[in-house]
Design a protein around this ligand. Sequence first.
Ligand code: KPL
Length: 300
Amino acid sequence: MTQHNVCIIGDGAIGSLFAAFASANDVMVYRGMREHKTGVKSVTLFDGKQTSRYAEDISPIGTPLTYDLVVFPLKVYQLEAALLQWQAVIGDSPILLLQNGMGGEEIARKVLPLQRIYQATTSHGALKTDHESVRHTGMGNTLAGRSLSTPADLATDDKIRTIVETAFPPVTWCEDIYLSLWQKLSVNLAINPLTAIHDIRNGQILAPRYTSVLDALSHEIAEVMQACGLNESAETILARIKTVAQATADNFSSMHQDIAHQRQTEIDAITGYLLSKAASERIAVPTNARLYQQINQLSV
Ligand code: KPL
């Protein structure tokens, strides 16, 4: 069996988890680290197993190499700088954008006009407990697929699918990753701002006082999705939001945590993205616009 080599850029919790899974599954892992920085050294997996040294560090001024896949598990707002910094080292290796929210593909396409771009989003929970340690806090699933702007190439697409499925299981490979990312976005559009604004856990948005706002959000999201050519009803969106809120009832959403720790939020890649699509389609989305404003008021 050929051993695949995967480069994972950055030192975040999800990237470290990906690296730990991949090396445990016999993938050769390189970590793209900034100069003079050492990465996370220990990842405690959900089943309690600990991984120790699992990757070779490379730097953005290192020797260019073709990787089977380069993963960017970064926030959308960190993506452009990282792509510019690493483009010389990764050459024309296919890349996988792994993040919450939307807009990543457009950013990557501007920097790398000819690259093969794949996209993914994950529901694994991971937490950096200190500079060198990460804890896997919740088993999840990863949705992945070829981006809209990348032409189909059966052999390469199959190879990337095999690598992602081997490196970071379980994976659902999506023939229409754009739709899958929008479906995930529809959940984040409701749960993330509402939990952050009202300082509540995910499950608490199911209380009767949030019924009308969830309804309004679902209708606005459905209208914008339909204008983008995606066939989703408000009822389907509302049902999905409720299912995820129930399944993650005890969690604090990522936006709740960002606000609580005074970190930059992903509101621009979530609600900001919807607002920009709504504006170009001339659709009024007052409820989303209000949540966007409220999050920006709470942000540092
Ligand atoms: O993706 C999430 C997030 O917190 O960003 C949800 C699905 C809302 C789970 O917390």
